[in-house]
Design a protein. Structure first.
Length: 71
């Protein structure tokens, strides 16, 4: 059975495209984007088998903070 993609959205302290490059690639993440022009620097993650806590920890290890945005 194919894993369905989930979309997780976070407020982050990632302010530039260069800072986004500090995030380590993870096989579970299909794609991520950062809207550096938004006041919340929105991090959007498309993934099949990774939890929000794993993403938040990865972001923290890269030297940034993030918090999940609710619907």
């Amino acid at each position: 059975m194919e894993n369905l993609l989930q979309i997780l959205v976070f407020k982050a302290t990632i302010k530039t495209p260069q800072e986004k490059e500090r995030l380590a690639p993870l096989p579970a993440i299909k794609r991520w984007t950062v809207d550096c022009e938004d006041c919340d620097c929105v991090l959007r993650v498309e993934a099949a088998s990774i939890s929000k806590n794993e993403i938040m920890e990865m972001v923290r290890r890269a030297g940034f903070e993030c918090h999940e945005l609710s619907d």
